[in-house]
Every structure is written in C-alpha cells, then in structure tokens.
Design a protein around this ligand. Structure first.
Ligand code: PAF
Length: 273
C-alpha cells in the first residue's frame, strides 16, 4: 500500500496505473461500515484509493472538529489489510488555500434536515468531495446510505457539473443490536449507547408499520416520536429520493430519516424503502 501525503504523491502513485479506480473518501476512525465500502471498491475495480481527511470546512463553529476521533495507525492497518492500493492522507494546507472558490449546496435540498440543523455543512462536504474527486479521478466513488442527504447532494453535484464518475450508494452497516455504525459512536457512554438504540428501534417500527400497510407519513412519524420520546429529537422526516416531503410512503421511493441527540452526541440514521 502506498501512502500519499500530498496531491503530487497521490498523482505519482496513480500515474502508471491502467484500468478502473474505486475511491472511498473518509474522515478516518474507520469501522466496519467503511470496510464494506472498501470491500465493494476492491471487488469492482482494478485500483482502490481511500482518502482520510478530517475536513474542517464541513464542521460548524462549536462542533466536534477538534475532538473528532483520529486513529492514524489503526486506520492505516485496516486499509492495508483490506487490500487498499493507495491511501491518500493529505493535510489541511495541502487541500485548502486562501480565499478559494467554494461549491455551494443548493438552496432547497441543501438547507433542509441536516442542512437546516447544520447550515453550511454541505457547502464544506461538496467542496471537499469535488476536490477529492478531481485529485483521484476515480471511475467509481462509494458513499454510505446512512448519510442519505450527503449522498443525494453529491449525486446531484456530479450530475450538475457533468463529472465523469459513478457514485455508488452502499447500505448502512449495523451492530448486532441495530445501532448504525458511525465514527461518532465512540462519544457515547455505555448508558447513552443503550438510549441510542431507540433511534434504530424507531426506524424498525416504521418499517413494520409500512409492511403492515400503514403508509401515512403522519401516523408513522407519531409512532416513531413515541419511541424516540426521551431523546432530544431534531427531526423525523419522511421524504422521497429527491428529498421532497411526502404524505404517504411510496414503496421504492421513500427514505425515513431521524436526527437526535443522545447526551451531547448528535446521531443520524435512516431506512430506505
Ligand atoms: O461522509 C464522510 O465521511 C465525509 O462527509 C466525506 C464524504 C468523507 C467528506 O469529508
């Protein structure tokens, strides 16, 4: 595995390669969810590139940028054992200069749900993803469905800017008890981890409701709220794949999303149906 710490090093690592490139952008603190993205990239491409970059522009003032888990050594090992060819590990000065052009999230779906709770977050995400895609020039880039709105906006950016890359959505990976894997789960105390299970439980209940034929968004939302009740819920949303609010679940075109705080930790989760 080649470790590239600058764009020049990345480009010289990738220059002589033929065939397809699968790319997994991450902020590190790799877990089994990231592994599933890397494994898919490994299966489907000749070369696999993973980036690890805790992107400062997607954190709002007062968010967890400084305490975001950083585990360089463990992450490098995981990449090596997963058959990654090139690990791109840039620093902030290699990624950002002064007074730069930025990508703006769309006024509509960039500023609802996650974008309403974290205004400006998606500008930072889209800007860094644009940079990374231009640096790596992958055939395919892999993103988790857990960050459903991020995935939708990146897919839209690639379309709007006529970029030549396939965005591959990957299913959320869960612990045995249902908790969606997230690098932020490490912030949870044992007690909070138990409380956090209410999030996946509410989504499980929503899925059951739909399977039983209850398609009413309002009644599903109420059911979910009753399970989530002790948590500090930021939103429960039922939208179509275009992130438009819907009154009835449309099978094959619905995402049910939750954002809630457990203690001071903000968690998101969703189901696609
Ligand atoms: O999902 C993440 O880990 C980040 O938002 C991403 C896509 C790597 C951009 O920093």
């Amino acid at each position: 595995m080649i470790i590239a710490r600058s764009v020049l090093e990345l480009q010289s690592a990738l220059d002589p390669r033929d065939g397809t490139i699968g790319f997994v952008p991450t902020m590190g603190a790799l877990h089994i969810g990231h592994r599933s993205l890397i494994d898919a990239a490994r299966r489907e491409n000749d070369t696999v590139v993973v980036s690890i970059f805790v992107n400062p522009t997607q954190f709002l003032p007062g968010e967890d940028l400084s305490k975001y888990p950083r585990r360089e050594e463990a992450d490098f090992k995981i990449c090596e054992l997963s058959g990654v060819d090139v690990l791109f590990y840039p620093d902030v000065s290699g990624m950002y200069g002064e007074d730069e052009v930025r990508i703006c999230a769309p006024d509509g779906r960039g500023y609802i749900l996650e974008g309403a709770s974290r205004p400006g977050h998606f500008d930072g995400v889209l800007t860094v993803v644009m940079k990374l895609l231009n640096q790596v020039r992958p055939t395919r880039a892999y993103f988790g469905k857990k960050d459903a709105q991020q995935l939708a906006l990146i897919t839209q950016m690639v379309k709007n800017f006529f970029m030549d890359v396939e965005i591959v959505p990957m299913d959320t990976v869960r612990e045995g008890d249902g908790l969606a894997l997230s690098s932020r789960n490490v912030y949870l105390s044992p007690q909070e981890r138990v409380e956090a299970l209410k999030i996946s439980a509410s989504l499980k209940r929503a899925t059951k409701q739909v399977m039983q034929g209850n398609l009413s968004a309002e009644s599903i939302r109420q059911e979910m709220a009753s399970i989530l009740e002790p948590l500090n819920v930021e939103y429960i949303a039922i939208v179509n794949r275009a992130f438009e609010s819907i009154d009835e679940v449309i099978l094959g075109n619905t995402i049910i999303l939750v954002a809630a705080r457990v203690g001071t930790t903000r968690l998101i989760d969703n189901v696609w149906m």
